[in-house]
Ligand binder design. Structure first.
Ligand code: NAD
Length: 492
């Protein structure tokens, strides 16, 4: 089936056992362009009986795939990397159409997706075990890694290409077979990636795609043949998925929401700090799990950065991300827009001062879009509920602190721990911060401290439920189980 047939179908298809399959689901949801309100597709809410079919296909493919040498398994990833690069523009356009981010942001996300495929292509060496020759006379001992079996990933709307690639390449390179349940809000990108996977000639059943929402997720969590679950989304659902999956004896790694603070010291470089924080807070319309949402300005940094960040917020060009020059697109749905605007109002009720107000945005030619302009709330009370709530929109709150110690205390009282950043020209302050700040991804003069694919993505506190993180060596640990073999081979 060609690209256009799959993605322009009124209703998206599942990819099960190497074939595109129509779901018999009675329920479906519209997939809508958040900038234009154009209807793009319908997504079926696949029932549990069909999810079981996808798991069965993955189960059936597992024995042969596990026995395929790692060096042969990664050949499919090399092909996928090339195909993704060859289709980058088309994919980026598709991401922008369904998620609302700008074309540059979509291309950047694809680059990060490809990075993960490149790292997973190193599995023949990453998956090696180790051995001790001669632990006793005539006896050797070794550790070997084996794949788990069928593994599943459930992904959110905000990175439709990158986040599935935090899991899929590592899972299959390690010899597992895989089922992806992408976000029902942005399912077309996953469909396009699976078309390219099909083009690689990957054996049927090794990678499967099912569309849907809660019923499909629960079916994966309860299925006895699913050995491990990777989840990325909001903390409430992450906690739920982690509890349900682990109660059924599965491995689980569940990444949740965030409220990311950035501390600005008076010795921070003014221009770089302003540009970097504005990009972090307002890029992707604030819908990154590593978006800066609280700026804690220390001492005299307070007045200067309120002014500078206000200018950056007010001057950002908002519009349809497909158009040249646009720096920020809409939020994902009408409900998100209402939610974000409601939280801005709540912040004001709690005592914050609105310096730049992004509510009631009207974008000429896109009046139906879910636009919220960049918003800056100053003097946000640290004890208020808004200072603890994930807004997931282009809203930056400013808090003042008297010194670095107080600022770090404010960072550490947050329930989330996805990212924390410091802007300074002091090495000593940077060292203190990286050691004391309770967040898994730390930035020093960096606004989106997103780990490269060969490092783990280290959320903590309410931002992560599990032990082993996504990406890099953690992914290899997560997708394999270790065996220790003690061998004696007496001479005849
Ligand atoms: P979400 O939690 O609404 O949905 C994520 C996935 O869970 C989707 O596939 C959805 O179908 C499924 N789901 C939703 N409700 C469910 C339920 N009750 N039971 C079972 N499954 C359910 O998240 P979202 O709105 O798509 O994504 C935004 C969230 O993801 C934000 O909170 C953001 O911080 C977080 N996020 C975190 C990271 C990270 O690395 N920590 C990365 C990206 C996004």
């Amino acid at each position: 089936m060609s690209t256009t047939e799959v993605t322009s179908a009124a209703r998206l298809l599942n990819y099960i056992g190497g074939s595109w399959v129509e779901s018999q689901a009675e329920d479906e949801l519209p997939v809508v362009n958040p900038a234009t309100a154009e209807l793009l597709s319908h997504v079926p809410l696949t029932p549990s009986s069909e999810v079981a079919g996808a798991v069965a296909a993955a189960s059936q493919a597992f024995p042969a795939w596990r026995e395929t040498p790692a060096g042969e398994r990664v050949q499919y990833l090399f092909k996928l990397k090339t195909l993704l690069e060859n289709h980058l523009d088309e994919l980026a356009r598709g991401i922008t159409m369904e998620s609302g981010k700008t074309l540059a942001e979509s291309a950047g996300e694809l680059r990060r997706a490809i990075d993960n495929i490149e790292v997973a292509s190193g599995i023949p060496s990453l998956m090696q075990g180790y051995n001790s020759d001669g632990i006793a006379p005539g006896i050797d001992e070794m550790m070997i890694r084996r794949p788990l079996g069928v593994v599943a990933a459930i992904t959110p709307f905000n990175f439709p290409a990158m986040i599935p690639c935090w899991f899929l390449p590592y899972a299959i390179a390690c010899g597992n077979t895989f089922v992806l349940k992408p976000s029902e809000k942005v399912p077309r990108t996953a469909a396009k990636i699976f078309e390219l996977i099909a083009e690689t000639g990957l054996p049927a059943g090794v990678a499967n795609l099912i569309h849907g929402s809660k019923e499909a997720v629960d079916a994966l969590l309860d299925h006895p043949e699913v050995r491990a679950v990777s989840f990325v989304g909001s903390s409430a659902v992450a906690r739920y998925v982690y509890g349900r999956a682990t109660s059924k004896g599965k491995r689980a790694q569940c990444q949740g929401g965030a409220k990311n603070p950035v501390i600005i010291l008076p010795d921070a470089d003014p221009r770089m700090t302003t540009e970097t924080i504005a990009e972090s807070a307002f890029g992707c319309a604030g819908q990154r799990c590593l978006a800066a949402t609280l700026a804690i300005a220390v001492g005299e940094a307070g007045d200067e950065f309120t002014r500078r960040l206000a200018e950056a917020a007010a001057s950002r060009k908002v519009g349809y991300g497909i158009e040249a020059g646009v720096q920020m697109g809409p939020v994902i749905t009408r409900e998100s827009k209402q939610r974000v605007e409601g939280l801005i109002a709540q912040g004001i009720r709690e005592g914050a001062k609105v310096i730049v107000d992004g509510r009631k945005a009207q974008i000429r030619g896109h009046e139906q879009g879910n636009f919220v302009r960049p918003t800056l709330l100053a003097e946000m009370p640290p004890a208020g509920s808004i200072a603890q709530t994930e807004i997931f929109g282009p809203v930056l709150g400013l808090i003042r602190a008297k010194d670095l110690e107080e600022a770090i205390r404010l960072v550490n009282r947050l329930n989330y721990g996805n990212m924390a950043c410091l802007f300074t020209s002091s090495g000593a302050a940077a060292r203190q911060f990286r050691r004391e700040a309770q967040a898994g991804n730390i930035g020093i003069n960096v606004g989106v401290a997103s780990p490269m694919a060969y490092f783990p993505f280290c959320g903590m506190k309410d931002s992560f439920f599990g032990d082993l993180h996504g990406q890099g060596r953690d992914a290899v640990e997560f997708y394999t189980e270790k065996k220790v073999v003690v061998e004696r081979w007496p001479k005849a």
